[in-house]
Ligand binder design. Structure first.
Ligand SMILES: Cc1cc2nc3c(=O)[nH]c(=O)nc-3n(C[C@H](O)[C@H](O)[C@H](O)COP(=O)(O)OP(=O)(O)OC[C@H]3O[C@@H](n4cnc5c(N)ncnc54)[C@H](O)[C@@H]3O)c2cc1C
Length: 391
């Protein structure tokens, strides 16, 4: 018998006992550490730095990576964790994505042995925070137009680099112990590791945000930043370097968005069963039931889609256009669900006492980063027509 009437498709039965156990562990963490505090963090626009080592202890930082102190979990397990964390708040899941899917994946995939040994164990433990600096004030959807330059400093094997430029929207940059910075060189795009405290680097948090308030994004300036030869990520060549990491994060987002949607739905469902108007609970009206059912249908479909992507990823056959389809659909539908859930809450729904409008505001960021809706539409358009319509 299925204990949760909202899991109409019995999706739980598609998970192994081990997967269910991890999901429950992260769900409990969200219930204990995120849910009771998130309204205050969001209102105060605070990212709770103390969560970093706790998330390391939970085993969700660099969750899908092997070795170097990383948990070495499957793609499905990582996805389930992303979903449960984002049911708490997208800002917390964003931290986990930036740390694990972006910064740690860049070092794990493209770094030297020394770089991996130096950074990954402490990043997996949440002792060192990483960031991933790709976007620039004038280069968002089109990173190939980046203006940040790294030029050779000296000659021969000992030649270092001088970094100049500006990045924007860089998650966690002001608290990062290490920055992964993508810059143009005379040999195309390369990645560099810039440790905290390197002279010439300034990271300033962006304020007055209406979305992702329990999370930090920064403007970063590099002014004649001198780096040694060991700063270069040796294996990354061209935009494939950052794009590989972005695909990891986009995969997690396809799951995470369903967490925000599910939490919004559950909030509206509970409210509709208690709130009486015209002598009956809101849930007793056909118009309300239609809203709830429409939400649930999209949540069940989107979760099934995320699980399908996860199984493909674990089998090593997941393709970029499949990730685009998942990210585009699940974030778009999650946003619709969160807004519809807010409508059931009436006036109370515009306060931080309830989650849906906070989720909806966050999801506006989620639909923008890691490839906007339009970018993923163009990826899929190119895939099915064979015609590149990006320019
Ligand atoms: C909360 C948050 C966190 C972020 N974290 C990071 C981070 O950690 N690291 C990082 O490097 N970046 C980060 N970003 C940046 C994010 O990746 C960019 O915002 C995103 O790539 C879009 O770039 P843009 O904002 O410059 O918008 P633009 O690229 O200027 O796009 C504006 C609009 O035009 C549309 N558009 C663009 N090109 C086309 C086209 N060819 N056809 C049709 N429409 C088009 C877009 O879809 C969008 O709707 C973050 C952003 C946010 C909001």
């Amino acid at each position: 018998m299925n204990p949760d009437p909202s899991d109409v498709l019995a999706l739980d039965t598609l998970l192994t006992p081990g997967e269910q156990e991890i999901q429950q562990k992260v769900r409990d963490f969200t219930a204990q550490r995120i849910r009771p505090n998130i309204a205050r963090w969001y209102d105060d626009a605070v990212f709770p730095l103390e969560l970093a080592p706790e998330l390391g202890e939970l085993g969700v930082l660099g969750m899908h990576l092997e070795g170097y102190g990383c948990p070495g979990r499957t793609a499905v397990e990582y996805g389930l964790a992303a979903m449960e964390l984002e049911a708490g708040d997208s800002g917390i899941r964003t931290f986990v994505s930036v740390q694990g899917s972006l910064a740690m994946t860049a070092i794990h995939k493209w770094g030297s042995e020394d770089q991996k040994q130096e950074w990954l164990p402490r990043m997996a433990a949440g002792e060192v925070i990483g960031c991933f600096a790709l976007t620039e004030p004038s280069a968002g959807s089109d990173p190939s137009s980046m203006a940040t330059l790294a030029r050779r400093d000296g000659a021969g094997d000992n030649a270092g680099w001088v970094l100049n430029g500006a990045k924007r929207w860089i998650g966690l940059a002001s608290v990062a112990g290490v920055m992964v910075v993508w810059a143009m060189t005379d040999d195309g795009v390369h990645g560099f590791l810039v440790p905290a405290g390197t002279p010439g680097v300034a990271a300033v948090p962006i304020t007055q945000k209406l979305s992702m308030r329990a999370s930090i994004q920064c403007d970063v300036v590099f002014d004649d930043v001198r780096l040694g030869p060991e700063a270069l990520l040796p294996a990354a060549r061209g935009l494939r370097g950052p794009f590989t990491c972005l695909n990891e994060a986009r995969y997690g987002i396809a799951w995470g968005a369903m967490g925000a949607a599910r939490d919004s739905y559950q909030s509206a469902l509970a409210y509709s069963q208690e709130r009486l108007q015209f002598g009956k609970p809101l849930a007793a009206y056909q118009l309300t039931q239609e809203k709830l059912v429409n939400m649930l249908v999209e949540i069940q479909k989107g979760t099934l889609l995320a699980l399908h992507l996860g199984r493909l990823k674990d089998a090593g056959v997941l393709r970029p256009e499949q990730i685009s389809l998942g990210k585009l659909n699940n974030v778009r539908e999650a946003l619709t669900v969160a807004r519809e859930a807010r409508s059931i809450l009436g006036g109370n729904g515009i306060t931080l006492d309830y989650s849906p409008l906070r989720h909806a505001a966050n999801l506006e960021s989620v639909r923008t980063y890691e490839g906007t809706d339009e970018v993923h539409t163009l990826v899929l358009g190119q895939h099915i027509t064979g015609i590149n319509a990006f320019r």
